[in-house]
Structures are given as structure tokens and as C-alpha cells.
Design a protein around this ligand. Sequence first.
Ligand code: TXA
Ligand code: MG
Length: 321
Amino acid sequence: MHAGPEEIAEAIARLKGGGIVAFPTETVYGLGARAFDQAAVARVFEVKGRPPINPLIVHVSGEGMAREVASAWPSEARRLAKAFWPGPLSMVVKKADRVPANVTAGGDTVAVRCPDHPLTLALIEALGEPLVGPSANVSGRVSPTDARHVREAFTDEQVYVLDGGPCRGGIESTVVDLSGGEARILRPGLVTGEMIAQELGRKTVRGGGGPDGSTLRSPGLLPQHYAPATRTVLVDAAAVTELGKQHPGRSVVVGIQGHSGGEILLPADARGYAAGLYRALRDADASGADLIAVVRPPVHGEDQELWEAVMDRLLRATADR
Ligand code: TXA
Ligand code: MG
């Protein structure tokens, strides 16, 4: 059942007491705590098992609140907020002093986004303060796209869950770094580099590497992430029929409608695929198979950048462990 005013009131009470509240967004569920409450933020890291070197995204109800967590709000941020907020775009800007150091993993920048979900916008608005919100999964695991996924991972004592139904987007927000004078895409998502470039009237750059390729600009972008517990591999559509013969155990195939076989089938369009991907991986994980084979989606055509965002998640889900 979807949450209403009563649940929002309970969520606010929990947050004010330093507690953690999982909130729905248009991408995935987030693990919320008051961003200005250093101890509450520390508990988010603890509950998630998240390495302290990985900074959190601060969620706001609008641009005015975003400016309160930033020490400078560049014209690029103004333009992109106008074009894509509320929506799946996180912007990295210079942080304001009052943002606790653990939110930004000690760094001088902060990622900020305004999520597109009425329940969460109402929550932040009523609280009057921003919330940190890493994806509401145990660190390294698949992000939750349903309240049930969050309830499975945490106890009610650890995390109060605001149920806002299934998430529409399905993969995490695009992260763009505006703190260095350029627009650098650190994590691809449903707001593409092309969409950003069009809005800014200039090209974006990609990747988390510094000029010498050495600095990890977005420490959360570790190679193995978003992974099911079961061993997961990528296979070509043509290899699906061979898989049963080659693999001695029980395998489950996550395929694409109209393109391949498979026990679990995802839509053939990039947005539909993204929306269903994490649920599919969870279902595959729960199927009892000892191998998950994901059919490699086609990364070309007009939605190439969206497919690249999907592939980014698939490569992490299937990275060697
Ligand atoms: O869609 C989303 O962004 C979801 C929902 C809940 O809003 N949240 C989410 O948070 O995916 P999380 O913590 O799972 O991922 C945050 C990403 C990480 O890759 C982190 O390294 C990066 O954003 N990040 C956060 N602050 C940063 C900063 N100051 N500079 C660079 N990267 C940052
Ligand atoms: Mg995450």
C-alpha cells in the first residue's frame, strides 16, 4: 500500500530522531537521513556497509534548497536544474561549509539532486531540510526498485520504508560533475550526455579519471557493483541455446523480448529495459539457479547512450569477483 500523510509524519519523526527512512524516487529507492545530521549520516554508512570513501548524494525539493548545500551555483547548474529537475540528474558542485564531511567523504564537492517522486518531494518539503540518499541496498548489491526490496534487506528498526510503489526509471541517476568548469559525466543514466550538451550548448566529457587518469573522481564507481549474489555472466543471444549444454548446474537466462530466449524477458527498448533490469536480476537471483546469464543488449541505434548506461550497470553486475 502506498504511503500517505500519516506515513510521512512518521517518517519525519524518525528523521528528526536521527533515524533512517527509505524513500521512493523515479530511479531507485534511497536510504534517507538528514544531510546536516552527521551522526545520522554515519548510521547510513553503517547500515549499508558502505565504505566511508564513497560520498552520498544530497536530495533536495528544489533549486533553492540545492543552493543551501552548495558554496557556488554555476550557471550550468541553473540551466540543468531548470531543464531536468525534478528528475534523474545529480550535479556535483562545490560544497557549503555546513554539509558534514562524511556526506562528501571528506571532499570539497557535493552531489545534489531533486528526485521526481511526489511522496519524497512532499517529505523533503515538510521536513524543510535535504536528505542524503544512497541507493537503499546493502553496499555492492542490486539497487531496490520496489519497497519490498528494501524491507527484505533491512529490519523495520534499522529503516522505516515509505512505500511509493515501483520505480519508473529503474537505474540510478546520471552524475555530472560541474565543479571543474566542464560538464563531466561520472555515471551515465537516463539523462544522457547528449541531452546535457544540448542544454548547455557545449560538449560534455566522460569518465571519472583525472587528467592523468589516476584520480577516481567518483569512488562509488568501483568495477564490481550492483551485483546479484549468484554468479552472473553476459552472453550473446546466439549462445543462449548452447548454455544449457555447457553449464553443468542450473542456469537462468535474462533475455530480451523478440531477440532471444530466456526464462526472464525484458523489453527491447532501452528505457523499458532499464526500468525492469534490477527486478529481473533479483528474480533471477531468487530462482535457485547457480548461474545467471544476461543476454547482451544491442548498444547502437538512436538510444545508444541509454544502452550504454544500461551496459555500465551490466558490466558491474557481471564483473569478476
Ligand atoms: O538515482 C540515484 O542517484 C539514487 C537515488 C536514491 O537518488 N541514489 C544513488 O546513490 O544511486 P548512490 O550512493 O548509490 O550513488 C551515488 C553515486 C556514487 O557513485 C558516488 O560515488 C557518486 O554518486 N557521488 C556522490 N557524491 C559525489 C561527489 N561529491 N563527487 C563525485 N561523485 C559523487
Ligand atoms: Mg548505489
